[in-house]
Ligand binder design. Structure first.
Ligand SMILES: [Zn+2]
Length: 342
């Protein structure tokens, strides 16, 4: 999963404070690397970290550095074990009354709002008129408040479903900006998936049964491959070929839901391929990752992209990108498209 901050860049650039206002402290990985040169701390195993919450931050630092080597500090600004997800909620959920009470933050929110799919195709003149109205009226504050509340609700939904995620500032796409990686307590818990099976051999009627899958290091590795894909994509932008690119200069031309579709399908495909190559399809991590991909593709947002794609309602560039991703899914995990009936 991935989560974007409401960006403060315009305000920060305006006040010349961009460099001083980095939202997170210097990287934990660098600190850990320095330490490891001196004393070479003992490697913590997954089982040890699973049994002892106090070892998990250290375990994840070691693990990410081992998995991605120098690229870990290239793409991740910070790596945070956030047991109950309270830290990521604090970092990503907007303090609405604060934002609405601060003229500079308000301006950033208005720009975001006008970039929402319902308004972004309006002529500039109409946008300017809206901007003036949104700055001035009390009623417009309520409109912005509802918009921010909805955004917060969606963020919390994404957080609640995730075992790990990356946080990134939305206006730094393709600008070599690092992401912050969060790993949650859920990453160490067993997983219960639900499956529909016939009630008996002779009956049509189905019942839902829970199937328990163990939490494993292999599953965590594959999940981090997914998050790593997001961090890389944000850092470099996405370049499939000369025609298919997402970068800082064109990211605002995309409907945000299309961007999420492209990013998440790339994340899941990498996650699933990683398991298939390293551990084989019989590994429990394969079933768990596969189910997560199916669940994601079954969500309302993904369905709406597919139906807009089929209905010819995407822009030509969006359509080419979505087509490319669907082709990738058909080639690499065709079962996903068969499971999800669009
Ligand atoms: Zn993702």
């Amino acid at each position: 999963m991935n989560l974007e901050q409401l960006s403060r860049r315009e305000f920060l650039v305006g006040t010349g404070a961009l460099a001083a206002a980095e939202p997170f402290p210097t990287t934990a990985i660098a600190a850990d690397n320095r330490k490891s040169k001196k004393s070479a701390p003992r490697q913590i195993s997954f089982k040890e970290a699973q049994a002892d919450i106090s070892l998990r931050q250290q375990y994840i630092n070691q693990f990410v550095t081992k998995e991605f080597e120098n690229d870990a500090s290239k793409y991740f600004q910070d790596i945070i074990y956030d047991h109950d997800k309270s830290m990521v909620a604090k970092a990503s959920v907007t303090d609405i009354s604060k934002v609405l009470g601060d003229p500079a933050e308000l301006e950033v929110t208005i720009n975001h709002y006008l970039n929402d799919p319902q308004f972004r195709k309006l002529p500039e003149q109409e946008k300017d008129a809206m901007r003036i109205r949104l700055r001035a009226s009390e009623e417009a504050r309520d409109e912005l408040k509802k918009y921010l509340e909805l955004r917060n609700k969606k963020k919390l939904e994404v957080i609640s479903k995730s075992a790990a995620l990356v946080l990134h500032y939305s206006d730094r796409w393709g600008m070599q900006a690092k992401s912050t990686l969060y790993v949650f307590g859920d990453a160490f818990k067993d997983i219960v998936l639900r499956a529909n099976v016939p009630k008996s051999l002779t009956q049509q009627e189905q019942i839902t049964i829970p199937i328990k899958y163990p939490s494993t290091e292999e599953l965590l590795r594959s999940r981090l491959q997914h998050e790593y894909t997001h961090a890389q994509d944000k850092f470099h932008g996405i370049t499939i070929n000369r025609e298919l690119t997402i970068s800082g200069s064109n990211v605002n031309d995309f409907d945000p839901a299309v961007l999420v579709f492209v990013e998440e399908t790339r994340g899941y495909l990498r996650q699933i391929e990683f398991i298939r190559e390293k551990f084989g399809t019989a590994h429990s991590a394969y079933a768990v990752s596969f189910k997560a991909f199916i669940d994601h593709m079954s969500e309302e947002e993904s369905r709406s992209i597919i139906s807009r794609f089929k209905g010819g309602k995407l822009t030509p560039h969006e359509e080419r990108f979505v087509r490319y991703q669907i082709d990738q899914i058909s080639a690499k995990t065709p079962q996903v498209l068969r499971f999800v009936q669009y």
